[in-house]
Each structure stands twice: as C-alpha cells, then as structure tokens.
Design a protein around this ligand. Structure first.
Ligand code: ZN
Ligand code: ZN
Length: 229
C-alpha cells in the first residue's frame, strides 16, 4: 500500500522523538499519534514497524546486513529498541513538506469514489475545531527581488497570460500580480527577467496546476516581445 514515506524513516523519527529509545508499545503509539502514515488501509502496520526495526538491527536474527540502525536496549525479547549513536539526529527533524503533500494525495485518491453524503459524514467524523499543528521543513529558492519587481512593473498592471487587469490593488495601491518563472526554478529555470512573467492569481494557479504547453508558448512569446521593445 502506498505510504507518504517509508516505514523506516517514520520509525526512526518516532523513536528519535521518544528520546532515542523506546518500547514497541510506545513506538506504535507515537507513530499513530503523529498521523503521517496511512493506517486505514494497512491493518498490519505494526508488523511493518517491527520488521523494519529488526531488518535494520544486527541484534536481530532478521538483520538484512545493510544499515545497522537499531540496537536492543535491554536484550532480546524485551521489545525496547534504541537508535545507534551514528544514526541519532541531534535535533528533532521537522517533517518534510513533500511527505505531507504525498499523504494528502493518497487520502484524496481514496475520496474519488465517495458520494457527497459519504464525504459529508467522513468530514463530520474527522473534523476538529483545533487543527493539528506541525513543524515542517521545506526547501525553497531564493528569488531576486529586483527581477520580480521589474517583471511586475513591466507588465503594467495586466496579467501576461489572460491580459486582464490585476484583480485588486495591494495595500500600497499597486495592482496585485504574482511573478512566475516560465521554466520553473525546480526544473532548472533561471531567476532572470527573460524567464519571468507577471500573472493574475488565477492564471498563476493554472500554470502550476496544468502548465499547458499552449500557455507556456504564450508566455514565452510575451516575454520575448517585452525583451525586444
Ligand atoms: Zn490572468
Ligand atoms: Zn509560479
């Protein structure tokens, strides 16, 4: 079953957050409380946890001979496992954003065949007035503020994809537009004025969700014209 991350990574982080060693029962509870893995479709998830610990421990007969991450704290059969010094992280690692995004995708897939009524009762069953807080980690690119401001000025208050006027003025009274990289930074695009356009929020979202070839071509043509004015 698809999981947002490997059981091994989740087990390491769980034991880590329990202080570096813990009994199986505490490890299960911690992993369950973290609500990152998908438990609904995997009734034998606890055995996946055990298998991963044992496969990655030379203290276990099931050791796979690869990374020797865990050690048996009180000897075999006691169920208390620790993370060896070299695998212990000095600080509690935030959960990578990608892992949470993947989890959302997995859950979203399971909702595809639900009726509106089923979705409603699922919502009522799980909704909470105090949403869970998480510390997450994410890697972003530093963007050049001059490039971005110039790009917006160059657009003159109009979206460079749909050519509509910006939908509202910001607090300073300037037309609100967003800078977009035609070739995404994450795909090796450059943070330069020949790779950036100013878009209205709708078109910006559209580019990130669909990134249609025809739209990319329009933006390239637009930026090319602007560069040769
Ligand atoms: Zn637009
Ligand atoms: Zn963008």
């Amino acid at each position: 079953m698809a999981q947002p991350r490997s059981w091994l990574d989740e087990v390491i982080d769980a034991i880590q957050s329990l202080g570096g060693s813990a009994h199986y029962d505490a490890i299960y509870q911690k992993i369950y409380d973290r609500q990152i893995m998908d438990f609904s479709t995997n009734s034998s998830w606890k055995s996946a946890v055990r298998q991963n610990i044992e496969m990655f421990s030379s203290d276990s007969d099931a050791f796979n001979g690869r990374k020797d991450i865990f050690y048996s704290v009180e000897g075999k059969g006691k169920g208390v496992w620790g993370i060896r010094e070299e695998y212990l992280k000095k600080t509690d690692l935030p959960i990578p954003l990608e892992v949470l995004e993947k989890k959302k995708d997995i859950i979203k897939k399971t909702t595809e065949n639900l009726t509106v009524e089923q979705l409603k009762s699922k919502s009522e069953e799980t909704q909470t007035s105090a949403p869970r807080k998480r510390t997450i980690s994410t890697t972003t690119y530093e963007r050049n503020i001059y490039v971005s401001e110039y790009t917006k000025k160059r657009a003159g208050g109009y979206c460079q994809l749909c050519h509509s006027a910006s939908p509202f003025l910001d607090k300073e009274g300037n037309p609100y537009l967003e800078t977009h990289h035609i070739v995404w930074l994450s795909k090796g695009g450059k943070d330069t004025i020949d790779n950036t356009v100013a878009l209205c929020p709708n078109c910006h979202r559209k580019m990130h969700i669909l990134n249609l070839d025809e739209d990319v071509q329009k933006l390239l043509t637009c930026v090319h014209a602007a560069m040769h004015q």
